[in-house]
Design a protein around this ligand. Structure first.
Ligand SMILES: O=C(CO)COP(=O)(O)O
Ligand SMILES: O=C[C@H](O)COP(=O)(O)O
Ligand SMILES: [Zn+2]
Ligand SMILES: [Zn+2]
Length: 323
């Protein structure tokens, strides 16, 4: 199987009532670890690359590593997705590498500029059968919103945004943020916004900044010489609740970073004589597979890989042309 689009993936997830994890990739071990988890749990999966990832991998390596993931996993439906695209140029680059989905993040622009940028990307991508995720609102904690620093997604504005742009999925700001330090105290999300937004936009919703920052991984990092005091993530139960309310794509990067760092630090401290990279990157890859598999189970995607009859990009292109 098959490369599938985000459109197909999230519609299928909607039918099944589950969420699909979107995991960030930058190198071979990350891609292998995530695909291992997808195989073990029989889950559909979204592999996403940020602009930083495109730069780090110099494009050609990324393109071929992603192709290898498809070739090696014929039974797993996979989406290749651009994470936080900033311009039509970046979108074009990702599509030229074979991505089936792109995010255009105009969330930091004025509403009208966000609509215009997103609309231009939708026109370009849909003409090629490629799906588009857009974003409205800015990530950050509820407290910061009260202080006026972030802007939670406004349901009425979201309705207009989706209608005018024609995007396939919408990333919403409900109190999550990127990284390992999401909340100063107890985690607080504006989950009540989710059903209201979903009812109005009628496209699958996306939750960025959804790492759970497992305390056992943080403790392991710290035990082996790291310094990550005060890190806090989104509780798994909150994500599960969000999935029930209409969130279908859940972005996870930080948890993978933590798994890698804990595993590598452990080998360095426990076996200082080791200097073969395979002896620490191998355990890192295993640690990625573990954390990703547990997310796939928790989001309810496990066991659903076989549900998909892949719709090729040409067919998606025809679908968009009829609209
Ligand atoms: O949203 C993300 C990527 O777009 C990742 O979020 P985390 O930092 O919570 O893993
Ligand atoms: O949203 C951010 C992702 O975690 C990717 O991070 P990055 O831009 O450092 O690659
Ligand atoms: Zn953003
Ligand atoms: Zn993000």
């Amino acid at each position: 199987m098959p490369l599938i689009t985000l459109y197909q993936c999230l519609r299928e997830a909607e039918k099944g009532g589950y969420g699909v994890g979107a995991f960030n990739v930058n190198n071979m071990e990350q891609i292998q670890g995530i695909m291992q988890a997808a195989r073990q749990t029989r889950s559909p999966v979204i592999l996403q690359a940020s602009r930083g990832a495109l730069k780090y991998t110099n494009l050609t390596y990324l393109k071929h590593l992603l192709q290898a993931a498809l070739e090696e996993n014929p039974d797993i439906p996979v989406v290749f997705h651009l994470d936080h695209g900033d311009s039509l140029e970046t979108v074009k680059t990702a599509i030229s590498l074979g991505f089936s989905s792109v995010m255009i993040d105009g969330s930091h622009l004025e509403f009208e500029q966000n609509v215009a940028l997103t609309r231009s990307v939708v026109e370009y991508a849909h003409e090629r059968g490629v799906s588009v995720e857009a974003e409205l609102g800015t990530l950050g904690g509820i407290e910061e919103d009260v202080a006026g620093k972030v802007k939670l997604t406004d349901p009425v504005q979201a309705e207009e945004f989706v209608r005018r742009t024609g995007c396939d999925a919408l990333a919403v700001a409900i109190g999550t943020s990127h990284g390992a330090y999401k909340f100063k105290a107890e985690p607080k999300l504006a989950l009540d916004l989710v059903p209201e937004i979903y009812r109005r936009v009628r496209v699958p919703l996306v939750m960025h900044g959804s790492s759970s920052v497992p305390q056992e991984l943080v403790e392991e990092v710290n035990r082996y010489g790291g310094r990550m005091a005060g890190s806090r993530g989104v509780p798994i139960e909150s994500i599960q609740q969000a999935i029930k309310l209409g969130v279908r794509k859940i972005n996870v990067d930080t948890d993978i970073r933590l798994a890698v760092t804990a595993a590598v630090r452990k080998v360095f401290v426990e076996s200082p004589e080791k200097f073969d990279p395979r002896e620490y990157l191998g355990p890192a890859r295993e640690a990625i597979a573990r954390v990703v598999a547990s997310r796939m189970e928790a989001f309810g995607a496990a066991g659903h890989a076989g549900d998909y009859a892949p719709v090729p990009l040409e067919e998606m292109r025809a679908h968009y042309r009829q609209k």
